[in-house]
Design a protein around this ligand. Structure first.
Ligand SMILES: N[C@@H](CCC(=O)N[C@@H](CS)C(=O)NCC(=O)O)C(=O)O
Length: 210
């Protein structure tokens, strides 16, 4: 099989790549990287990602890391397969590009840290920093206020079609909706409906059933 994803089933970044492959209806091999034993900090994984973080990705002789760079590659290389996640129209693609940046620079900046504080730390036996959670919830709420206005005008962030910009949010939204941060989403009707639609996508249900 040409495509290999090296990751952990608990990693939101790895799930971002798996979701993209599922949307594209592509077959792949999942290579488990055991984070508990630090496999990601040793060879051979470090040859795939010298920063020692999952996911790593291979498509034939192409080796990549950084989940968002991987999904962009998949969306371009397999543009004719499954769900179209990008647009050939330069203006439409520019708008999708804006929301791709917003996700990584603003949404993830708060969302990923919140997910770590509230979900990951307790699993590792570490203490959640309540002051940090409070501050991050405020930061996320300000981002979601902008999303609420945007989603009042278009069905998805990048336009009226689901795109890579929406897809990149899914794993962190899934984590946050299992926590008290769900209230921040519930307070915003358009955001809440958008998040529910993302989590109901057959591709997301498929990778979570696997
Ligand atoms: N920006 C990276 C983030 C990757 C990342 O944070 N991976 C986490 C799991 S979601 C990881 O490997 N954590 C273990 C560590 O950093 O030691 C991406 O999107 O691929």
């Amino acid at each position: 099989m040409a495509i290999k994803v090296h990751g952990s089933p608990v990693s939101p970044a790895a799930k971002r790549v798996l979701l993209c492959l599922a949307e594209k209806q592509l077959d792949y091999e999942f290579v488990l990287v055991d984070l508990a034993t630090g496999q990601h900090k040793k060879e051979p994984f470090l040859s795939l990602n010298p920063f020692g973080q999952v996911p790593g990705f291979e498509d034939g002789d192409l080796k990549l890391f950084e989940s968002r760079a991987i999904t962009r590659y998949i969306a371009h290389a397999y543009a004719d397969k499954g769900t179209p996640l990008i647009s050939e129209d330069p203006k439409k693609m520019a708008i999708i590009g804006v929301w791709l940046e917003v996700e990584s620079q603003r949404f993830d900046a708060a969302g990923q840290k919140l997910s770590f504080e509230i979900l990951v730390k307790p699993m590792k036996g570490l203490t959640t920093d309540d002051a940090a959670v409070e501050q991050l919830q405020g930061q996320l709420a300000a981002v979601l206020d902008v999303y609420e206005a945007r989603l009042g005008k278009s069905k998805y962030l990048g336009g009226d079609e689901f795109s890579l910009a929406d897809l990149h949010h899914v794993p962190i939204i899934a984590n946050l909706l299992k926590t008290k941060v769900k209230a921040v989403f519930d307070a915003r009707p358009a955001v809440s409906a958008w998040a529910a639609a993302l989590l109901a996508r057959p591709a997301w249900l498929k990778i979570n059933a696997a």
